[in-house]
Write a protein that binds this ligand. Sequence first.
Ligand code: IVH
Length: 677
Amino acid sequence: MAKKGPAQEIDHLRRQLVEWNHQYYVLDDPSVPDSDYDAAMNRLLELEAAHPELVTPDSPSQRVGGAPLPEFRQVNHELPMLSLGNAFSAQDMVDFNRRLLDRLGEGEQELEYACEPKLDGIAVSLLYRDGALERGATRGDGTTGEDITHNVKTIRSVPLRLRGRGYPSLLEVRGEVYMPRSGFEALNDRARERGEKLFVNPRNAAAGSLRQLDPKVTAARPLELCSYSVGLVEGGELPGRHSDILERLSGWGLRINADSRVEKGVDACARYYDELAARRDALPYDIDGIVYKVNEIALQERLGFVSRAPRWAIARKFPAQEESTRLLDVEFQVGRTGAITPVARLEPVFVGGVTVSNATLHNADEIARLGLKIGDSVIVRRAGDVIPQVVSVITERRPRGARPVTFPERCPVCDSPVEREPDAAVFRCTGGLVCAAQQKAAIKHFASRRAMDIDGLGDKLVEQLVDGGLVANVAGLYHLTLEQLVALERMGEKSAQNLLEALEKSKQTTLPRFIFALGIREVGEATALNLARHFGDWPQLVDAGEEALLEVDDVGPVVADHLRQFFDAEANLDVVQQLLDAGVTWPSMARPAAAEQPLAGQTWVVTGKLEALSRDEAKAHLQSLGAKVAGSVSAKTTRVVAGPGAGSKLAKAGELGVDVIDEAALLRLLADNAIEL
Ligand code: IVH
């Protein structure tokens, strides 16, 4: 084959990059690893540098193009970019539908609506001339916006050139540029690490990212485009239904919302709303409502516009997730490990579906970052089940006499000095076991369902026991007597008896539960389980040096250090001894020496969906039988467990002739080795 000239190679690379980009950013379905993409891009850049005459504006290398602009140019929208009327209830939507039917005067037919999530981002207009992206603009006031071509080009889901054929010679696509939540979190994490200002929400982050004169800044921001309509169309025809127009846009390489749906009649529209409202918090992006659009373009044209909004569309809003209220005070709570957490006391406000009167402020750095003063008006956010957050201060509304927040120098509970950890934002009470707050939190954790599971030992009772001086640490629980308990306020003989029985019952526990119950810093349930499996019993764990600890799955230097500190403190071992003396016990998990383990020396891979077990559980069981569990199939793999949906790993096993079993066979193997599920 003749060697390709640079022009051909460039052409080939561009086609490949455009295709991969489309798969990745528009279809969410990548076909090659990032490294292949990067290699092709590097090669293209290299060739284009050597042959500048071959560079074209729609080359994928040109996304992050030129130098910063001196200012934004203004753009006059040929067709105004409208806004939408709002509906706040199902009834508002019913009324809207009624008005349309009356206006159309066609009796009681059910109207067809295109139902779309209302993305919370920034409206943009993209002008394609003969398929090439010519201009990107913000909505601005609807008539005049700003030219942000240099910035929209950096968004990978914006095609620089339309795909396929049949598009009008002039096509203005309209849509929303938004920042997915994951990208927003990552952006703010980075900003936090660098001590920079954080963005309040994904919408503000998207807006700030688009309003950049330097496209390099925008290019580094995780923005996406979702197209939801067209503006100017010349030199070509589009279908007669809105939903079909969107399908066309999708075919031309633009991203459209996969959750959009066409529904007939208001009842179906209301069901769609309820469905999306239920999924709202689980979506990868913020939405603030549902947009309903009459689907027939001919009907849209008959309905027309009122002032700045179309008559044929409406946005039904979700309850707000952000509201303003006043910060009444800041209080300080002491946690199980002595960490002191500032908590905002707020004037009660209805947000995200509940009345909120407290919000966490995390730590001192967060207070400094917010620039918070007591008496301030603040924006509170409550999304889903996430605890309410103070996201910003409305400084313009700061009252005279607003007071700064001062961190206590002594523990508000036990008066021990407070220390700030080096390099950390956390202040800690140094009182340790003498601090009643830490005692209470430690006992509550010890008694909790996933730890020692002491039925009937609720938070209130723990407070009573500690405040009354009956119990100072977890071992004290097992010395409680019936007389002591019945003497407590609101405690009958029957409940006291039940509690003693629950305490007795809790003594028969398991090693993972026991380790977890001790409340060692950073040792959650999963780590406790790994530690128990690895060491098999308590003495081996206590004697393990740092190195041995680091061999345990998921144990890094920080956790190893916390474990060593815990075991090195005489007082802790004392409490453990008291627990053992009181009769707390568990079956040993020690296994035969490695070489005697049934799967010693074998490497397994688990892939696809399992029914009876999670993949992690399957992995842990296999490891407990001595197998190594790997993430990919190679010639060294002994066996593959494949469930439904297994893909490339199963194929690889086939190629290499590696033994494959299904879940049922795995379960038999586990049962044969006396592993209980
Ligand atoms: S249609 C004539 N569809 O909502 C109709 N807008 O309040 C104009 N938005 O500025 C807009 N998702 O930024 C439409 N699926 C969607 C939308 C949507 C979000 C935004 C858009 C617009 C604002 C209108």
